[in-house]
Write a protein that binds this ligand. Sequence first.
Ligand code: SAM
Ligand code: SF4
Ligand code: SF4
Length: 374
Amino acid sequence: MIQAQTLGELLSKPAVPIATSAHRDGAPRPEQTQAPRDRLDRPLRSLRVSLIDMCNLRCNYCMPGEEYAWLPRDDILDVEETGRLVEAFTGLGVEKVRLTGGEPLMRREVRQVVERLAGIPQIRDISLTTNGVLLARHAEGLAEAGLHRLTVSLDTLQADRFRRLTRRDDLHHVLKGIEAAHSAGLENLKINTVVMRGFNDDELADLIEFGTESGAEVRFIEYMDVGGATQWSLDRVVSKQQMLESLRQRFGPIQELSRNGTAPADRYALPDGTVFGVIASTTDPFCRTCDRSRLTADGVWFLCLYAADGLDLRSPLRGGASIDEIKDLIAEKWMQRSDRGAEERAELNSLRGPLYQIEDLRKDPHREMHTRGG
Ligand code: SAM
Ligand code: SF4
Ligand code: SF4
């Protein structure tokens, strides 16, 4: 956790000095900025791009309702618009792009988006997070299109639990999808599991073993109080320490591995060498190194998962702004960023509850996790 004094010092730090020139209206604006840094000195390196807000599952911690007001169809960026906005970000230092949703494989043009992004030279890593339901039919196409890495979200290996959690009977499709991804040669396959007390906290070892059999590294995610998680409570969170203790009891000593840059997961090895990760976003957040931001399918840019508002980039794009002008908007906004949403939530301690209630989410779909992309 950042100490109060240190944070104060960081906040009083001026934004990165950059050359400025005048806007058409006379206000100063950054010139061709490179790798802007925010007020906590964090660069902008990684972008999550949501391709669609719709989903074919209804995970209780993300979409507890059945009916939702979807983003207007005309507002959804087309493939070229997505490509152009991503180019504005890569021009400012973004090198990693993760496609997400909603369920990104429900987007008809998902393959074309991957192909478009694979043609951007500054991008060194394109990944996609999916619930896996439609993966069997997409795996080969995604590999051919140039996808580098794939993460499948899978919270349980038990069909009845899967049905209870997602309100759909699709576990067998997800398992087939993981098999297909492995056969298609998609490397760096990962399985993401949100761990919830009393639901799947007795399946950690089974999931690790399943990961080994399927050629995937499992990452356990602490249950987060994000938009959509209207039934979240602290007592349902299984902390990283509790997960490690339970795995230690089952497998023996666990070795901590060195951290992989600014990646959110802490990685560990079991005595037999099997590697797994834990993302402690709730009890031990990693905001101080956060270089991530999120673009919704309708082109609104959020600088933090917990941010109340985002910056509309669709309107300037469709209004004819050049890529350089959009880069300026992005750089200016990033340099004002001081978000540390998960750390601020953690400071609430026992006062912490769900971020939003259903009625608050209904007021603005951009507050939903399935809209801003996990
Ligand atoms: N539909 C895709 C999927 O499930 O992989 C992509 C979008 S989903 C919003 C992205 C990730 O967010 C998933 O791994 C999901 O488990 C995670 N997620 C959603 N709500 C969460 C919550 N309340 N706590 C922790 N992770 C959550
Ligand atoms: Fe579940 Fe992902 Fe759909 Fe949310 S977006 S309901 S996490 S599958
Ligand atoms: Fe980054 Fe916000 Fe998540 Fe913290 S809460 S890691 S600042 S996106």
